[in-house]
Design a protein around this ligand. Structure first.
Ligand code: GLN
Length: 552
């Protein structure tokens, strides 16, 4: 892209109800433009006052996604990375809180020279600055997609919409496009699809001064042509730009149904972009393989928020990618770690072929996780521990193999006799909870000949972290003598990042979050190998009869 080329902006808003999948829609548009050779990035605005979601409970917000540069962000950034295969940075997510924080700090410094600081123009100027900022982050982008969280009509999103209105005016009609995602519900009593909510939502947008250029209409099955025409007429959108966005089995199909409806071609035409013919071969193949696996394997996830699948979004998706690489469907069995404290683990784990313990905070359910790990270790069932999962594996090993009675993490018992997991030295003086964990990508050196080495195929990796506690090196020698293998170490601080076990087919714990780096077309090597080990376990334990692969 030469210096003259103007970046094009696509704003994605949502109407009628939340949870229509704006994140997936934005990521899908990104994938289709990238498939045409265009350089794309995505920015997410979140209209809440928290500076970032790092201090929010998973019950409120779902997973906190972490970028390489250590930002704690909205989980939609995970979809962006997985779909468009580009790494996001802290510039790709901004909340109302972070925008006000910047403006208020400037005001305290006296930067506004005695002026009254107001939503318009000071907050809107800062919003516009953030949009321009992602366009020039690193290599210049031809397209910036901006997703606005929340639903049109919310009080909170008004400053963002006003900033977008101004931004489009300043950049010119040919450089900006507004895409609005709405719902066309089917009312059973009337036996009809209803367009009124869409009309009202667009009305709200137009009141603010934004005329949508394209409507993506979520509909259960099909949006007939006469309804597209009607919506177009009432909303002042050409019929061809009123798009049926029907429900699909897998989120990874969304780019394909958008392509089928010509979404990207219309965007390219409207914004005068220059892309080549779309190359979606690998993506189509990927979706085909999700829907047509040759076998299946069941894996248990033992965590605290098992009823809240959004809290483990990236893990769930990492299993989809890893399943495809193994030509298998991974069925996840959610086991609340607390129930494992009340009943023997075999009651829950005898019908699975692998156990995963995800990250987490707080003591609730810890003993249940430790029991599940013991079961996996003793039964030679593949085990994968992530962050808190590694920490629990170390505790279990210290207690039951090394006979260090009462071994624990000082997060849960500060006077424990054997703090095999302890606060990182850099965390001791931390007072504020927001944004102060060990965050972002750190280097890790891998020991040759280990499972980790086999998976990664290299000895130098970088993975993303989000934690305050860590393997206590005072116990390293003792645990290694009992059969623990330290297979990955951070070279700068000599921190244990990966552990494995002697005499076990696949037992691996990592202090980082590998799920954050799994991409649709590039499964994470550890998830890939874990699923493979689970399939091997399944075949060992219950050899296939008559070629039955267990699929219905
Ligand atoms: N609570 C643990 C810590 O802070 C683990 C964190 C996690 O699993 N992300 O170290």
């Amino acid at each position: 892209m030469d210096g003259e080329t103007q970046t094009k902006y696509i704003f994605v808003t949502g109407g009628v109800v939340s949870s229509l999948g704006k994140g997936i829609a934005s990521a899908s548009i990104g994938r289709l433009l990238k498939a045409r050779g265009l350089r794309v990035t995505i920015l997410k605005f979140d209209p809440y006052i928290n500076v970032d979601p790092g201090t929010l409970s998973p019950y409120q917000h779902g997973e906190v996604y972490v970028t390489d540069d250590g930002a704690e962000t909205d989980l939609d950034l995970g979809h962006y990375e997985r779909f468009i295969d580009e790494s996001m940075s802290k510039k790709n997510n901004a909340t109302t809180g972070s925008i006000y924080y910047t403006v208020i700090r400037r005001e305290r410094r006296g930067d506004y020279l005695g002026k009254t600081v107001q939503v318009i123009p000071h907050i809107t100027d800062e919003i516009k600055r953030r949009i321009r900022n992602v366009a020039t982050d690193g290599e210049p982008r031809e397209v910036v997609i901006v997703e606005v969280g929340g639903t049109v009509g919310d009080i909170e999103s008004l400053p963002f919409l006003e900033a977008i209105r101004q931004f489009c005016l300043e950049q010119g009609h040919e450089n900006c496009m507004n895409v609005h995602l709405t719902l066309v519900p089917y009312v059973h009593a009337a036996g009809e699809l209803k367009t009124k909510p869409t009309q009202h939502s667009v009305m709200r947008l137009r009141e603010i001064g934004i005329q949508p250029d394209m409507l993506l209409c979520r509909v259960e099955t099909h949006l007939p042509e006469e309804l597209r025409e009607k919506i177009g007429l009432f909303c002042s959108v050409p019929k061809e730009f009123v798009v049926e966005a029907r429900d699909v089995e897998s989120i990874y199909e969304v780019p394909l149904i958008f392509e089928e409806k010509g979404v990207a071609d219309k965007i390219v035409e409207r914004l005068h972009l220059h892309g080549h013919e779309p190359d979606l071969k690998a993506w189509r193949e990927f979706v085909y393989r999700i829907k047509n696996p040759s076998s299946y394997v069941r894996i248990a996830i033992c965590g605290k928020y098992t009823e809240l699948h959004d809290s483990y979004k990236s893990i769930i998706e990492a299993f989809v990618h890893a399943g495809v690489e193994n030509d298998a469907r991974v069925e996840l069995k959610w086991v609340a770690s607390e129930v494992l404290e009340k009943r023997p683990p075999e009651d829950y784990l005898s019908d699975v072929s692998g156990v995963l313990i995800p990250g987490g905070f707080g003591e609730r359910g810890i003993e249940g996780k430790i029991r599940a790990i013991r079961y996996a270790r003793e039964n030679k069932m593949p085990f994968f521990g992530i962050c808190l999962g590694l920490q629990c594996a170390v505790i279990e090993f210290a207690r039951n193999v090394c006979k260090l009675e009462g071994a624990h993490s000082s997060e849960f018992k500060d006077d424990t006799e054997h703090p095999v997991i302890d606060l990182l030295p850099t965390q001791v003086d931390v007072e504020n909870l927001g944004g102060t964990m060990r965050l972002g990508a750190y280097k890790c050196e891998i020991k040759p000949g280990t499972l980790a080495h086999k998976a990664y195929g290299t000895t130098q990796i970088e993975e993303r972290h989000r934690h305050r506690y860590e393997f206590n090196n005072a116990y390293r020698k003792q645990l290694e003598e009992c059969g623990l293998i330290v297979s990955g170490v951070n070279p700068e601080l000599d921190l244990v990042e990966i552990v494995e076990l002697r005499d076990h087919p696949w037992f691996l714990g990592v202090q980082f979050h590998p799920e954050l780096k799994s991409r649709a077309l590039r499964a994470h090597p550890l998830f890939r190998d874990f699923v493979r080990a689970a399939l091997e376990y399944k075949h060992r334990v219950e050899p296939e009869e008559n070629g039955d692969n267990g699929l219905e």
